[in-house]
Each structure stands twice: as structure tokens, then as C-alpha cells.
Design a protein around this ligand. Structure first.
Ligand SMILES: Nc1ncnc2c1ncn2[C@@H]1O[C@H](COP(=O)(O)OP(=O)(O)OP(=O)(O)O)[C@@H](O)[C@H]1O
Ligand SMILES: [Mg+2]
Length: 410
């Protein structure tokens, strides 16, 4: 197994989540899946493993990443581009008929007009009119592939980013268009003949759940089976580090590996890979230093300027998914929780929000706090730890806590 820290991993390099792959594949037999989680927790890697697993059962599987899509047509374009080679490989007569129908659909996608953002009331009218247009083309495309005699898995990566793009680019009608998109997905697509042979795996690194709650459209994603990726249990994390150390001939003992896992605290494979990467680099620079010393340094290196790209995302996604005020409140309570590896007590955190809302009733501050507390727990910033008596909200990822602290210290 190679020490890869960045790109999705496949084959030999995909470690420790075989059971999750089985579990997701099983769910997909009957349901569509929504896999949400912070950046870098391995969504794309597992989705590709799931694609490989269903292909082995005779399914066809395609992947589209819609992060760069600014509108509905962009989505259909991506779908088309990914489907074209797949359909071309269906050699039967029915395949040829589908491919022909598909060419026609492609032309329709190309000629779709998209709503004009920011065109005032005109934007809303156009938005509605064109929404009908693209939903129809979208349904025809799905119907075509549903007619191919196979089961299909369509993996849509970063859907929430596309939806946020639509909302941001079209302040007038964006929210309405997102609702329409999600409705299309839930209702229109399901009503298509043959739709049962098409399954969807949707994933994203910013909270689609926050988006739909904020705009009161939670109903639109209820039909998806919500899944997440838990961190590795300590033993599995240790096993991964030992496997990496064998590969790179580093004399890491089990105790060292445990220390590393403890220092990362939230044993998602990416952070283990990164920590191991820094350990390797440090060791090659100073081969005579005791590993134990280097482990701590490796963790510290993760949060230094220039090495800390991954942590910025944790800050940015607050702005992406929360209102301006809420994002600022969230930053304030995270700043406090970052002061201590063991976290902060809820009453102290609530007091921070109260002091930021001096002119509003205490219940309002409490409501804001509870809402943010839950979002930050769900999005893996922190967790309620009651192991030492009173409950404290503490950072899940210790390197992130150190980074947060560094970023908030002069
Ligand atoms: N099963 C695994 N075994 C080993 N390493 C893994 C595994 N899953 C993820 N990783 C590590 O995490 C990194 C990121 O994986 P991946 O790209 O799949 O995550 P992601 O959640 O899709 O990230 P992003 O949100 O940036 O798209 C990999 O480069 C690798 O270091
Ligand atoms: Mg990814």
C-alpha cells in the first residue's frame, strides 16, 4: 500500500473500508444513497470502490463531478458526456437504438437555454419556463438509459456545490430552481418507466442537509438513504500505519503507531496518510532522531502555513453553508473550543453567543447556539465528550484544533 495523500485511492491502496463498500452496495440494490462528509474523508475513493463492486455484478456505472456546474444544463451536459462512451459500448440492437436516441438528446441538451441570473422578475419567469424544459430533457435521458437492459449506477459527486452555485449566481430564482432540481430528482425521475433500474449515489463535502433545512426543502432529500463515513477504529488505524511503515521500511513500533493515532484523534485515513507522509520526510532529513520525537513534529507540520491547505476548507464551508451572522457565531464558539484539547463546556459556549447578541432575548441566543452546536457536531468539527464528567464540546480532529488555535493567535 502506497502513502498517497490527496488523490482518491483505488485497488491495493484502498484500505480498511471493505465492509462499508458492501454495505453501500447493498443499500443501492433498493435505494439511492446520499453520502455527505467533510473534504478528504474518502468519499470518492469509496464511491469508486462501490462502482467496481456493482460492475462486478453486471451493472453499468458512471461518475460525474458537478462541482463546476453553474446550472441545470451543466448537469445534463456532464451526464451526457459520461454516458456517451458507456452507451457506445452496448453492442446489441437495442443499444444502437438507445445510442441514436441519445444523440438526439445530446443535441437537445446543447440547445437548452439556461435562466438568466439577476434579471429581476424576468429572471424568475425565465427560470420557471426553462426549468420545465430541462426537466423534460433530463427525464428523456434517464428513460433512454433505463431502457438498456442493465442496472445502472450514476455517481454524482459534489452535488451540493452545484446547488450552492445556482443559488449564488441567481439571487432571484436560485432557491426556487434548486427546489425544482431536487423535486425533479425525487419525483420526476422516479416516475420514469425503467427508473427502477437506475440508482444514484450522490455525494458532497458541503452540507446539502444544511441547505435544504435553511430553505425548508428537507422533504426533497428524504427519499435518499443518508450515509456517512466513520473514522477508523484505533486498531484499524494502527494496522494501516504499520502497513505503510513496512512498505517504506520505517521501524515504527505498535506503540509509535498508537501514539500517532492518538495525536490525530479522529482517525480518518487521510489524516493518517498525511501524518505518515510528514514523518517519512522528517525521518529522511534527520535519520538519527528518535521516532517518538518526530511523531509530534509531524503532527505540528500538518498545521503550518503552506502545509495547511486542507484545513482552510473547514473554515470556508462555514461561510458557504451558513448565513453571515451564523458563520461568525460559529467561528467564535469554535475559537473558544480550540483553546483546550478537551474542549469547552456548553454553558461557556452559550455565553459567547449571548455576548454577541446583546440586544436579543436569551431564548434567541440559546436557539442559535443549539442550532450551531448540532451543525458543528454533524459536520464533524466537534463532539460532545462526557468522559471526564461534565460534557464538553471538543474538536474531533486534533490537528484541526491546533490549526484553528494558530489561526486565532497573533
Ligand atoms: N480507504 C482508504 N484507504 C487509504 N487511504 C484513504 C482511503 N480513503 C481515503 N484515503 C485518503 O484520503 C485521501 C482523499 O480521498 P478521497 O479523494 O477519496 O476523499 P474525498 O472525500 O472524495 O475528498 P474531497 O472532498 O477532497 O473530494 C486519499 O488521497 C487518501 O490519502
Ligand atoms: Mg472527492
Amino acid at each position: 500500500m502506497d502513502n498517497i495523500a490527496g488523490s482518491p485511492v483505488e485497488g491495493e491502496n484502498f484500505f480498511g473500508r471493505e465492509n462499508d463498500v458492501k454495505h453501500l452496495s447493498q443499500i443501492l440494490t433498493n435505494d439511492d444513497v446520499l453520502l455527505l462528509g467533510p473534504r478528504r474523508i474518502g468519499k470518492t475513493s469509496i464511491a469508486r470502490a462501490v462502482m467496481a463492486s456493482v460492475r462486478a455484478q453486471g451493472w453499468r456505472a458512471i461518475e460525474i463531478n458537478v462541482a463546476s456546474c453553474m446550472d441545470e444544463r451543466g448537469f445534463l451536459d456532464k451526464l451526457n458526456t459520461a454516458l456517451t462512451p458507456e452507451l457506445a459500448s452496448i453492442s446489441s440492437k437495442i443499444g444502437a437504438a438507445i445510442a441514436d436516441g441519445f444523440k438526439a438528446a445530446t443535441n437537445r441538451v446543447k440547445s437548452l437555454k439556461v435562466p438568466l441570473p439577476g434579471a429581476g422578475s424576468l429572471g424568475i419567469e425565465l427560470g420557471e419556463a426553462n426549468a420545465e424544459e430541462w426537466t423534460k430533457v433530463g427525464c428523456d435521458v434517464i428513460q433512454l438509459i433505463g431502457a438498456a437492459e442493465a442496472r445502472w449506477l450514476i455517481y454524482v459527486d459534489e452535488l451540493p456545490i452545484m446547488l450552492f452555485n445556482i443559488i449564488r449566481a441567481d439571487p432571484q430564482a436560485g432557491t426556487q430552481r434548486v427546489r425544482r432540481f431536487l423535486d425533479w430528482f425525487r419525483n420526476d425521475v422516479r416516475a420514469i418507466p425503467g427508473a427502477h433500474s437506475v440508482r444514484w449515489l450522490v455525494s458532497g463535502s458541503v452540507g446539502l442537509d444544511t441547505l435544504v433545512h435553511q430553505h425548508a426543502m428537507a422533504d426533497t432529500i428524504n427519499s435518499l438513504s443518508h450515509q456517512s463515513l466513520a473514522a477508523f477504529k484505533d486498531e484499524l488505524a494502527v494496522e494501516m500505519l504499520l502497513r505503510l511503515s513496512t512498505r517504506y521500511q520505517i521501524p515504527l513500533s505498535e506503540t509509535d503507531a498508537q501514539a500517532m493515532v492518538g495525536a490525530v484523534h479522529w482517525a480518518q485515513p487521510y489524516y493518517l496518510q498525511i501524518a505518515f507522509h510528514h514523518l517519512r520526510t522528517l525521518l529522511s532529513e534527520r535519520p538519527d532522531t528518535a521516532l517518538k520525537e518526530l511523531i509530534d513534529e509531524a503532527i505540528d507540520t500538518m498545521v503550518q502555513p503552506g502545509m495547511d491547505n486542507d484545513f482552510h476548507h473547514w473554515e470556508q464551508r462555514l461561510d458557504m453553508q451558513l448565513s453571515r451572522n451564523d458563520a461568525a457565531h460559529a467561528r467564535a464558539i469554535l475559537k473558544l473550543a480550540a483553546q483546550d484539547p478537551l474542549g469547552a463546556k456548553p454553558e461557556t459556549l452559550l455565553a459567547v453567543i449571548e455576548s454577541r447578541m446583546p440586544n436579543e432575548p436569551q431564548e434567541d441566543a440559546q436557539r442559535v447556539f443549539i442550532n450551531l452546536r448540532d451543525i458543528l457536531e454533524r459536520d464533524a468539527y466537534w463532539w460532545p465528550d462526557a468522559s471526564s464528567g461534565a460534557k464538553r464540546y471538543r474538536f474531533r480532529l486534533e490537528p484541526l484544533r491546533r490549526w484553528w488555535l494558530r489561526r486565532n493567535t497573533l
